[in-house]
Design a protein around this ligand. Structure first.
Ligand SMILES: [Zn+2]
Length: 449
């Protein structure tokens, strides 16, 4: 199943090189990593004209490389971020910025998020070049800065300053990936959408006074009552194309009551008892509906005074496609208190869900069955955020797919002793090699998605 050793050797070298260049926000540089990858590409025959390095700050460089195709179709974009979450050597068992192979795993910061994909995109592009592969569309690889934090998000910067370089029919990105339980592969996930992050400040004001002569009208009581109303409110269930298929496919993997409830949820209209039971599990609840929850609370200015101000932060995760303004007006009616003001904090970054495009899903399904027979492909919506949101907002459909498998109960991205299984890494490379080749060879046949 795995391809020739020389390819894997080069991939490993590229991966090691990327890992050992510190690209964290505080002390690192994505520019150095971008330049190192550019040198690899040039050594493999890519020209200066094919390669762009640029960014808004000296240490926040982004790399864009294009493998030119016949131009029959709009380009395919392959995205990965170069930056990594901070990591302190004293917190780790190994040195987070040293590439180490121990007992079948590669350990290092970025080994799973997201330098595995970055290394694979570069290694596969070099492999295509060596094979003299001629794609029917341009294949663009973009390796970017500040996905994890920082002020210079590379995808945002490229879209604003060099959209022509990355303008594509659709993109492949992180956010999906395979899941296994105790070594058994259970799902190959494709991320189609992300929830939208939006916080609101709610505030009640009052003239206050001496606490020895209290009145019923009290800023803290107003906020407490409003939050209690929120605690008892659920936004309506609203499945999109992707989450509907997610529950439909998951109902076939799960068993018993859970499987029945998933089937009840996708009925039209959904079964209320099924919705109620599923809502008790936070992850399913978050997939079914917009959620808003109190996360911070403040009020009063002295122990012996009636509060003049009380406020809270309500953090919402809005379903893609729903309007943040409507969520705000729903909150206002849930609070049902004219004394309370509701103000959006930062403007929401709205991103529409990508559709289940058979041209993309059909080869994902086909290659998944070739490599891991019987493992279902399942569309997912992230409740957190990736750079896919920027691309989707810019009109570039984005699919989070990698074929890189990890244990469901051992997710170490952003944490201590981050690692990736060595075998899973090369299988993911092979999966993405076949997928990109398929997506740039001919339009695929429609399948039953
Ligand atoms: Zn990431």
């Amino acid at each position: 199943m795995l391809h020739a050793q020389p390819d894997q050797k080069l991939t490993r070298e590229i991966f090691k090189e990327l890992i050992e260049i510190n690209t964290s926000h505080s002390t690192g540089s994505t520019t150095i990593a971008a330049e190192a990858m550019a040198a690899r590409l040039k050594a493999a025959g890519f020209t200066d004209k094919d390669i762009f390095i640029g960014g808004p700050a000296a240490n926040k460089g982004n790399l864009v490389v294009t493998m030119h195709g016949s131009g029959n179709r709009k380009p395919l974009l392959l995205l990965a971020h170069l930056d990594v979450v901070e990591a302190l050597k004293e917190d780790w068992t190994t040195d987070p910025f040293k590439f180490e192979e121990i007992d079948g795993f590669y350990y290092a910061r970025g080994s799973s998020d997201d330098k595995a994909m970055a290394a694979i995109w570069i290694a596969n592009l070099i492999r295509f070049k060596q094979e003299k592969f001629s794609p029917d569309r341009d294949i663009i690889v973009a390796l970017t800065a500040d996905e994890e934090g920082g002020d210079f998000n590379g995808v945002d910067w490229l879209l604003k300053n060099h959209k022509d370089l990355i303008n594509a029919e659709y993109a492949l990105n992180e956010g999906g990936g395979g899941q296994q339980k105790d070594g058994k592969k259970i799902l190959n996930r494709v991320q189609l959408s992300e929830k939208v992050f939006q916080s609101f400040q709610i505030e009640a004001k009052n003239n206050g006074g001496h606490s020895s002569q209290p009145r019923k009208d009290n800023a803290i009581y107003h906020i407490a009552k409003a939050l209690d109303n929120l605690a008892h409110y659920d936004f309506p269930v609203n499945l999109n194309e992707g989450t509907r298929v997610y529950f439909e496919r998951s109902s076939k993997i799960e068993t018993g009551q859970l499987a029945e409830d998933m089937k009840g949820l996708i009925m039209n209209p959904p079964k209320p008892e099924a919705v109620a039971r599923l809502s008790e599990t936070p992850v399913y609840n978050a997939l079914m509906r917009t959620t808003c929850v109190a996360t911070m609370l403040q009020g009063g200015h002295a122990e012996n005074a009636l509060p003049q101000t009380a406020s809270a932060i309500v953090n919402c995760r809005i379903l893609p496609g729903e309007d943040p303004e409507k969520v705000k007006s729903t909150l206002i009616s849930v609070f049902a208190d004219k004394e309370i003001s509701v103000t959006a904090l930062k403007p929401a970054k709205i991103s529409p869900p990508s559709s289940i495009n058979p041209e993309v899903f059909s080869p994902i399904e086909k290659i998944t069955q070739q490599m891991w027979p019987g493992v279902p492909v399942v569309p997912v919506m992230s409740t957190g955020a990736t750079d896919g949101a920027y691309l989707r907002t810019a009109g570039i459909s984005t699919y989070g797919v990698s074929g890189l498998y990890g244990e469901v109960n051992d997710v170490r991205a952003h944490g201590k002793d981050e690692r990736i299984n060595v075998k899973a890494f090369y299988e993911g490379q092979e999966f993405l090699y076949r997928l990109v080749k398929d997506l740039s060879t001919k339009p695929s046949v429609k399948r039953d998605f």
